[in-house]
Unconditional design. Structure first.
Length: 368
């Protein structure tokens, strides 16, 4: 059965319906709306290069319940469709080989099951729609393979719309609107991280389901293209969507981000969106980095490669880390909770930000 056929069994209006309330059994759920289980000490490019004992042990120690991991094509010479199918197959094999520690998330109920079984749920997601080629029905293929988050663009423009670094700042293309419609029918999250402002605003308006911005910052706090304007944040929230704040250099204009910067961006997003629509999407792993100096040398090479490929964003430099120096490693979520509590956030609000808001959003889009 195609996604469109399956969706026809449910009125599309239900995709935007109010989700069921969360119960006390959901206490302690931590969901990273964009991250990974990789080991940055190994210099691997993929966010899921291999689930080593250390990676799994530190992920469990962090309290992580589920994480949206980036699979498939982002950039490079490979065929986007073929690369994406191969990556999904390889990750499926990893999940099968580590069934005692991880599970593949297809519904919101799977996130709760991961919590109950003390496993880590892997949410398969894309960060570039290039694998669509010119065929929107490929959404059905990937949805049936288990992809649950579909980011329309990376930093440059693609055939769906403009990314955050595309100077024209155009909206969705006609093909992009077709893909959004197909994603709605397949009950896949439409993620506007990395998009240009007009692409994000238009997607929020044309989508029949709430959309997300799974990893971003607030441009009103730090004026960089990778951060979202208040207009984008507000519209996404007004339409029932989700905004995840990242632990990235873009939360500080200097590029040298601190935990207090992440708190400032979360606080601004809560003020703009309301406390029911904000969470975290760190854009990083939980495995501790052993040698920051050695890592910085590796990072400088990666940044140079990204700049040469035309996929880097303003604010990326060889001297900036793709994480927050004092908010990393297995204690990052617990430390963030402490900092939010010190700012006066209630325990209930902190639980929403750490995971329950994403869980409710997932119920809305994927179903329970």
């Amino acid at each position: 059965m195609t996604c469109a056929a399956a969706a026809s069994l449910l009125p599309l209006e239900t995709l935007g319906a109010s989700p069921k309330g969360v119960g006390t059994s959901d206490s302690g759920i931590i969901i990273n709306a964009l991250g990974g289980l990789g080991d940055p000490n190994q210099g691997a490019d993929s966010l899921v290069p291999g689930m080593t004992p250390r990676v799994l042990a530190e992920a469990h120690a962090s309290g992580l319940t589920a994480v949206n991991v980036t699979l498939g094509y982002v950039s490079g010479p490979d065929d986007p469709f073929e690369a994406s199918v191969r990556d999904i197959a390889a990750t499926d094999a990893l999940v099968r080989g580590h069934a005692g520690d991880v599970l593949k998330v297809l519904t919101a109920a799977d996130i709760r099951r991961a919590h109950d079984e003390k496993k880590i749920g892997l949410i398969y997601g894309f960060q570039n729609g290039a694998m669509m080629g010119k065929d929107a029905t490929r959404v059905d293929v990937f949805a049936n393979l288990g992809v649950r988050v579909f980011q329309l663009t990376y930093n440059p423009a693609n055939q769906l719309g403009d990314g955050s670094m595309a100077p024209e700042n155009r909206g969705l293309t006609p093909f992009g609107r077709d893909v959004v419609e197909r994603l709605n029918a397949c009950r896949v999250m439409v993620d506007l991280s990395h998009s240009g402002e007009h692409t994000c605003l238009e997607a929020a308006r044309v989508s029949r389901a709430p959309i997300s911005i799974n990893h971003t910052g607030c441009r009103a706090v730090t004026d960089l293209p990778r951060n979202k304007t208040d207009a984008e944040l507000r519209l996404v929230a007004e339409r029932g969507g989700f905004v995840g704040i990242y632990f990235m250099p873009f939360v500080n204009a200097s590029g040298h981000a601190r935990a207090e910067d992440v708190v400032a961006h979360i606080d601004h997003a809560v003020n703009v969106c309301g406390e029911d629509h904000v969470g975290i999407g760190t854009d990083g792993t939980v495995t501790q980095i052993d040698d920051l100096k050695a890592y910085q040398a590796q990072l400088a090479k990666e940044i140079a490669e990204r700049q040469a490929a035309g996929i880097s964003a303003a604010g990326e430099r060889p001297d900036t880390y793709p994480f927050v120096v004092d908010l990393r490693g297995p204690q990052q979520f617990h430390k963030l909770a402490q900092l939010l509590a010190q700012k006066g956030y209630s325990g209930g609000r902190i639980e929403k930000i750490l995971g329950l808001n994403f869980l409710k959003y997932a119920e809305t889009v994927w179903g329970s």
